[in-house]
Design a protein around this ligand. Structure first.
Ligand code: CO
Length: 184
């Protein structure tokens, strides 16, 4: 199982590389990687298992965060009651359209690969359309809005070598465009 010791941390060059696309059928190695990444997220959101294995809770995990520069990321997004509202592993995801309107989390963002707290709003598109493949090769197009769109954007950023704080306005970290949807 993936543990915190396996998570690459900011400063590791793999986090700044553009991950390479995968080909289908996926090698068993990458099928296992997808299973392991999702298992990390499931375990990390279970208070008992997370405590036992000292897992930091996560809603998304991208392959470069476990040292693999390949275009794959898992998402497990709960609502504020803890019910899962989006669960998927993206392979070779591409953002095909996104809204001009932005959204951000009122608390800012964190990342399993970034150990320190970095304050500031992280503006991202409020709505996004993503084309990707599932692990079995099925092509999908989905439209996401609000919190799941934020998580998807954060994970796809990882596949392009970006970290969340790259999107924080360095001069004024809490400055937002007027119609930004702030999610608390
Ligand atoms: Co992250």
């Amino acid at each position: 199982m993936i543990l915190m010791k396996d998570i690459t941390r900011d400063g590791n060059p793999v986090l700044r590389q553009v991950a390479k696309d995968l080909t289908f059928p996926l090698d068993s190695e990458y099928q296992k990687l997808a299973t392991d990444m999702m298992a990390y997220l499931v375990n990390s959101q279970d208070p008992e298992i997370a405590k036992k294995h000292q897992l930091r809770a996560g809603v998304g995990l991208a392959a470069p965060q476990v040292g693999q520069s390949v275009s794959m990321a898992s998402l497990l997004v709960p609502d504020d009651q803890g019910n899962i509202i989006f669960k998927e592993t993206f392979v070779n995801p591409v953002v095909t359209s996104e809204s001009v309107r932005l959204t951000c989390l009122s608390e800012g963002e964190g990342c399993l690969s970034v150990d320190k707290v970095i304050d500031g709003y992280v503006p991202r598109p409020y709505k996004t359309t993503i084309q990707y493949h599932q692990v079995d090769g099925t092509e999908k197009t989905i439209r996401l809005k609000g919190y799941p769109a934020i998580v998807a954007s954060h994970e796809i950023d990882h596949l392009n070598g970006h970290l969340f704080y790259d999107r924080i306005n360095a001069a004024d970290p809490f400055k937002l465009a007027e119609d930004t949807v702030v999610i608390s």
